[in-house]
Write a protein that binds this ligand. Structure first.
Ligand code: NAI
Length: 339
């Protein structure tokens, strides 16, 4: 399975059911566990649920299972993939759209098929629109000030989306859903994608950077898109542009973004994903030090809004994810039986 061309699975209930299929569900939070237990009987699945992420230390939990399901919150090393292959795991369903927490090509080379699960792009598209509006209306500065009982309107004058040009980078499922929503606000929309696929005003990346008041990122993270926006690109931006990222942290060179925010080249950012978020996001760090020097520097800025990789997290998307994880495994098993 290539990371740029992931197979997508629509929700379809299997027609006939063979013997119960046991699947180890790694990195499974309590919210997902409730859904796995509720839905598993419909799919003839016996979920072996653990909150522990898959690693060489937890591999014994998968003994006897050909299929496992993993989350996106922890990186899976190649040595873990190799160890999984040695105990007979042939299929990994990742409960995410992105693949960047593991190497699907390496997995394939050791005989493990990796597939993602699909869920409604609406969860991330809605969230992106929220971040866009919050950035345009300077919501963080306004709320911060109000929380301190400073109710003046100093420095929080917003702009209206109908007056702005929004540049959408990546027009796949999520980018297209963001564009659909943006149409409702008026304003100009520019698009950039390696493979244009929807009716949109596509322009070269450089033109999009120079003309957009706000840029929103929706490509996968691959070697080609790593630091898609770096120092050079920030210099090409329209002065005072806003940057929104609900894609993956490393699409942005975060150090260069910080410099552009300090210089004023970028007037604000809303980031749901962050370079080096692994081991920080999804964990209560109130009483422990954070191993990321840039995060507190960004959080200190009144014009930078950070959320912990939350855009996907809705009841609808979670249910789709759990259901499709079991469908993926069932389909793999039935393909294997016919080979
Ligand atoms: P998709 O595969 O439908 O669309 C990605 C688009 O990016 C495609 O149109 C592709 O042609 C384009 N693209 C790929 N490489 C490119 C490049 N070098 N330059 C320009 N365009 C390029 O993916 P989808 O479902 O829209 O998701 C996009 C990304 O959003 C995911 O890969 C994932 O990293 C991120 N995501 C974030 C979530 C969150 O909670 N914050 C949740 C779900 C996904």
């Amino acid at each position: 399975m290539s990371s740029s061309d992931p197979a997508r699975t629509a929700i379809r209930r299997p027609r006939s059911r063979s013997a119960t299929l046991e699947i180890t569900i790694y990195g499974c939070g309590p919210d997902e566990a409730v859904l796995f237990r509720e839905l598993a009987p419909q799919y003839g699945v016996l979920p072996k649920i653990t909150e522990a992420p898959v690693s060489e230390a937890t591999i014994e939990l998968a003994f006897g299972n050909r299929c496992i399901s993993v989350g996106h919150k922890t990186k899976i090393t190649n040595s873990t993939l190799l160890a999984l292959s040695r105990i007979g795991v042939g299929y990994i369903s990742t409960r995410s759209i992105g693949y960047n927490h593991l190497d699907p090509r390496f997995a394939e080379s050791v005989g493990i098929t990796v597939e993602n699960v699909t869920y409604s792009p609406d969860s991330v598209a809605d969230y992106t629109l929220m971040l866009i509006l919050m950035a345009v209306r300077q919501a963080k500065a306004m709320v911060r000030r109000t929380d301190l009982h400073d109710y003046r309107l100093n420095d929080v004058r917003g702009r209206e989306l109908r007056d702005l040009t929004v540049g959408v980078i990546g027009t796949g499922r999520i980018g297209a859903a963001v564009i659909d929503r943006l149409h409702g606000f008026g304003g100009r929309i520019l698009a950039y994608d390696l493979r244009p696929k929807i009716a949109a005003d596509y322009v070269p990346l450089d033109e999009l950077l120079q003309q957009s008041d706000l840029i929103t990122l929706h490509t996968p993270l691959t070697p080609d898109t790593h630091h898609l926006l770096g120092r050079h690109e920030f210099e090409r931006l329209k002065p005072g542009a806003l940057v929104i990222n609900t894609g993956r942290g490393a699409l942005l060179d975060t150090e260069a973004l910080h410099a552009a925010l300090i210089s004023g080249r970028v007037s604000g950012a809303a980031l749901d994903v962050l370079e080096g978020e692994e081991g920080i996001f999804y964990i209560d760090h109130r009483d422990t030090a954070i191993d990321n020097e840039l995060l507190p520097r960004l959080q200190a800025l009144p014009n930078v809004l950070i959320s912990p990789h939350t855009a996907y997290y809705t009841d609808h998307a979670l249910r789709d994810t759990v259901e499709n994880s079991m469908i993926n495994c069932r389909q793999f098993e039935s393909r294997s039986q016919h080979d």
